[in-house]
Design a protein around this ligand. Structure first.
Ligand code: HC1
Ligand code: SF4
Length: 574
């Protein structure tokens, strides 16, 4: 174990450590912009391009970039020599010299890493003002790409090309003209982009941000003709509080409902209700395929980033996903049919707003084949957890004093099985809780399937359904999904059911969640919180949800009925 000195303090570090790791171990700090390492899930970015992390190393003439410089025995590191600080200031001033100076109206204002490092380094003026990049913005339903704000950290490239293996973003040109963008300068909408938002999740500036619909949602709430209902996704309740200074993993379901009421929504409903409904349809389809020789393995279909990935990358598997629409879309269909009819409201006057942890949900809401009516969309506006936090802040509500309120019913009642949709392995587990009882006719006493829990990116579990072994594959991160699907295609693995989520840890790590700043522990805490929501639920199986039973009795007849198919199912495109 080499001994090194960080600012004169001696510490032992692991072999092959970098200076940055040594500094972190010593409890010190050097700023970074391009460095990112989510070690547990295999995302690493260290092009050493920004040079913000330079430090002084005794005996070395040039300053050393901490993120890539290996330590050696007896190394003496000074993180804050005047020379190192001045070099960092110059680096940041040069970056700012070609950066739009519009911080006050920038969507990342307050969340921008470049802005906070500039402030940390006390940069109040800039001697290097010169030529400026002038690119057009690329605006899609989910993502806004502003190359003028790109600082060439390459994090988005790593997220898209190495982690997701979608390969849409890459660095082009040289020198001052270098920028990260899609091939041929195409708009993201014209590429294979899945809108997973993982590039947005890691972008340190506003070069990549969500397309926000905050003003549109306020306008709907203000419109007296409109009956505005809102649904909240499973993963939002375990992350929103982070935006208000609470620890990752804080559960704020009651406050979430309370604040949406205070904001003026007519009804506050739960996507979890629709997740239970999804299980009714998906488990029916799974049992049918299993018993009657349908296409196997069955793939889950609730993650829109994954569905788009499948359509582009695995067209030969187009018959494999469940035809069940995602909970977001099922909720919209039921709100504009069953709920509107029961309350005598013209569905054209019902506005459905979704609060989602995800950017691909914005894209999903615009897919025609997911809308049951030709006259209106299932879901009108999708905003992210981050956008909701902005609306709460803008309204001046003090998060800590928001009262805890319960969801409205009937579209607000849900089970623990629905809650776990928000974490990796949860959709498969929820489906099996129901399928087990339907197949065996017996009560499932131990509802948690251990093999479906955990943080590994690819997991295979075998579940015994009274002598019939069901093999379940779970994968998150599209690159891992690719590996699993290739193993199945090439006969190295055989499974019956596959749950796929595009984002790290499932929806809890979605591209619309509060920024995790490269720390996977944040995502793990959210997963634990999701499990707590399940474990403290009185009902933990979707088919036991009383409001779901009533919906079938009064309206849909039974899972897989003609009406269910019209409202709750879809098809995919090669
Ligand atoms: Fe998800 Fe889903 S779990 S996709 O991860 O099936 O976004 O939270 O809302 O639709 O329920 C996201 C989360 C979400 C859907 C559900
Ligand atoms: Fe790549 Fe996902 Fe970003 Fe699209 S949204 S560019 S697929 S990382």
């Amino acid at each position: 174990m080499p001994k090194v000195f960080v600012n004169n303090i001696e510490i032992d570090v692991a072999e092959n450590s970098t200076v940055l790791q040594a500094v972190n171990k010593a409890g010190g700090y050097v700023p970074t912009l391009c460095y990112m390492n989510l070690e547990e899930i295999g995302i690493e970015n260290k092009p050493s391009s920004c040079r913000v992390c330079v430090v002084e190393v005794e005996g070395r003439k040039n300053l050393a970039p901490a993120c890539v410089t290996p330590v050696f025995e007896g190394m003496k590191i000074n993180t804050h020599s005047r020379r190192a600080i001045n070099a960092r200031r110059t680096v940041v001033q040069l970056l700012l010299s070609d950066h739009p100076q519009d911080c006050l109206k920038c969507p990342k204002n307050g969340d921008c890493e470049l802005q906070s490092i500039a402030s940390e380094l006390n940069i109040t003026r800039n001697p290097y003002m010169g030529k400026k990049s002038m690119y057009d913005k690329d605006i899609s339903a989910a993502i806004i790409r502003d190359p003028n704000k790109c600082i060439m950290c390459r994090k988005c490239e790593t997220a898209c090309n190495e982690y997701q293996t979608v390969g849409v973003l890459s660095a082009v040109e040289r020198g001052f003209d270098s920028v990260v963008k899609p091939t041929f300068d195409w708009s993201l909408e014209d590429t294979n982009c899945t809108f997973c938002g993982q590039c947005v999740a890691v972008c340190p500036t506003a070069a990549l941000v969500e397309n926000d619909y905050i003003q549109e949602v306020w306008d709907e709430i203000e419109d007296k003709e409109k009956h505005v209902v809102v649904q909240t996704a499973p993963a939002v309740r375990v992350a929103l509080a982070e935006e208000f200074g609470h620890k990752p993993g804080t559960i704020s379901t009651g406050k979430l409902v309370g604040v949406l009421k205070m904001m003026g929504f007519d009804k506050v409903f739960d996507t979890n209700f629709a997740a239970d409904l999804t299980i009714m349809e998906e488990a029916t389809e799974f049992v049918d395929r299993l018993q009657n020789g349908g296409t196997m393995p069955m793939l889950t279909s609730c993650c829109p980033g994954w569905v788009k990935f499948l359509e582009h990358q695995f067209p030969e598997l187009i018959d494999s996903p469940s035809t069940a629409k995602s909970p977001q879309q099922m909720f919209g269909s039921i709100a504009k049919s069953y709920y509107a009819e029961a309350n005598n409201i013209d569905p054209k006057n019902v506005t459905v707003v979704s609060i989602m942890p995800c950017l691909a949900k914005k894209y999903e809401a615009g897919r025609d084949e997911l809308n049951f009516s030709e006259e209106y969309k299932d879901v009108d506006y999708v905003i992210t957890t981050r956008e909701l936090a902005k609306m709460i802040k803008e309204s001046g509500f003090n998060f800590d004093s928001i009262p805890e309120v319960k969801y409205d019913n009937p579209l607000g009642e849900s089970t623990g099985a629905a809650a776990i949709f928000g974490r990796t392995g949860g959709v498969a587990e929820a489906a099996l809780r129901t399928a087990y009882e339907w197949i065996t006719g017996e009560e499932l006493l131990e509802v948690e399937f251990e093999g479906l829990h955990g943080y590994n990116s690819i997991r295979i579990a075998e579940v015994d359904i009274k002598g019939t072994p069901i093999r379940v594959g779970v994968a998150f991160g599209l690159g891992n999904v690719r590996k699993l699907l290739e193993d199945i295609r090439d006969g190295r693995e055989k499974v019956d059911l596959i749950e796929v989520m595009a984002c790290p840890g499932g929806c809890v790590g979605g591209g619309g969640q509060p920024y995790h700043h490269g720390n996977f522990d944040v995502i793990k805490k959210r997963i634990e919180a999701i499990n707590n929501v399940d474990r403290t639920s009185t009902i933990r199986k979707s088919h036991e949800n009383p409001s779901i039973k009533k919906l079938y009795e009064e309206y849909l007849d039974k899972p897989g009925s003609d009406k269910s198919h019209k409202l709750l199912h879809t098809h995919y495109f090669e």
